[in-house]
Design a protein around this ligand. Structure first.
Ligand SMILES: [Zn+2]
Length: 356
């Protein structure tokens, strides 16, 4: 199965809103662990993380360990409160103060549970079984046009944050709090109900016309994603499936989606090639999958090893040669071709390109 694109689900993590600004500024936030960023007031958002220098794509911006962990399955407020209180007992006085000064989008659940559920990050994507309270990482605000990717690194037991786009000095570092590729209305509703704020990010502030265009692109990405993940098509209509992966990546580029979803999409391409016995294309896709994995998750993420294993031995994948339609060895990877010609070969593009 394709790797889960890591990203916090809507059940956790909130953006501070203007109403919480004063309260938050009176508290000292966790100090930055390196000189890549500062934590400072961001207009309309309370505190935020701002690049102190140019941060190239793929740079690890920060790592953070959880102050406490709450199993996602725990929904009973009293039990939740107990877990949080026990976790806070082991924290320093400063950490306790810092936690309690964070915004609380669910005051009806009390200060502990409300604050925790507003600010926690799932540990391992939308399907995570646990969520953690990360005092440093929770300073990063949301944007629907995010430039950083957070991931729970199971090996290092830390949350890592990588630049998924080049970030200029002075630019705010933003994460995506929502899992999935959602349209404008759905994003606003989810952010409002889970985190208590209206998103005014660059994307959400575009003209109505541009927002509608973005919504159309996002719908198309989801439609293609569904088609690409239809196992039958991989063997029955492999060329069409491969073209869908290509189109999905093109639209993602237009939509400026450059996070872990790109790695997952190259993995889709890998599966189609390997299932049809084409080790040449499979190896190229595996290499791109690996490159994107280390860019957004880091070389020390276990996913780097699994993707590298596919680069080294694509034929060991469980889907290998389900259908021998394209059977060829890795020696068939073209050498010294122009980029354009190479891409035409890789994606089996017809002369004149794909129809929109
Ligand atoms: Zn937005």
């Amino acid at each position: 199965m394709p790797p889960e694109t890591d990203g916090p689900g809507p059940e956790a993590k909130a953006q501070p809103d203007a109403s919480s600004t004063n309260k938050r500024l009176s508290q000292t936030p966790s100090a930055p662990a390196n000189n890549l960023y500062t934590i400072e007031p961001v207009p309309g958002k309370g505190l935020g993380v701002v690049a102190a220098q140019r941060i190239p794509r793929g740079t690890r911006i920060m790592e953070d360990t959880p102050l406490f962990i709450v199993p996602v399955a725990v929904t009973n407020l009293a039990v939740m409160k107990q877990i949080i209180a026990a976790g806070l007992k082991n924290a320093t006085k400063d950490q306790q103060r810092e936690f309690l000064a964070l915004p609380n989008a669910h005051p009806q659940n009390g200060p502990l549970v409300g604050t925790a559920s507003t600010n926690m990050h799932p540990m391992g994507g939308a399907s995570a079984s646990e969520a953690g309270m990360f005092l440093l990482a929770c300073r990063m605000n949301h944007s629907c046009d995010h430039n950083a990717q957070n991931t729970w690194n199971t090996r290092r037991k830390r949350m890592t944050v990588h630049a998924c786009r080049d970030i200029e000095k002075g630019e705010e570092v933003n994460l995506r709090y929502l899992s999935g590729v959602l349209g404008y209305e759905e994003r606003q509703q989810t952010l409002k109900s889970f985190f208590g704020f209206k998103c005014k990010c660059e994307r959400c502030s575009e003209s109505e016309e541009m927002r509608a265009e973005s919504d159309r692109r996002r719908e198309e990405i989801n439609r293609l994603d569904e088609r690409v993940n239809d196992g039958r098509r991989i063997v029955q209509e492999p060329v069409e499936a491969l073209h869908d992966v290509y189109k999905k990546l093109e639209i993602m580029k237009e939509e400026r989606i450059s996070d872990g979803f790109v790695a997952r999409t190259y993995h889709d391409g890998f599966q189609i090639a390997v299932a049809n016995g084409d080790l040449a294309r499979a190896k190229v896709f595996a290499q791109r999958y690996y490159n994107e994995t280390i860019t957004c998750f880091g070389k020390d993420n276990p996913e780097a090893d699994t993707s590298m294993a596919l680069v080294k031995n694509p034929e060991k994948h469980g889907l290998y040669n389900k259908n021998g339609k394209w059977k060829q060895g890795v020696d068939k990877i073209p050498k010294d071709w122009s980029e354009e010609k190479f891409e035409e070969w890789l994606w089996k593009l017809p002369k004149g390109g794909l129809k929109a």
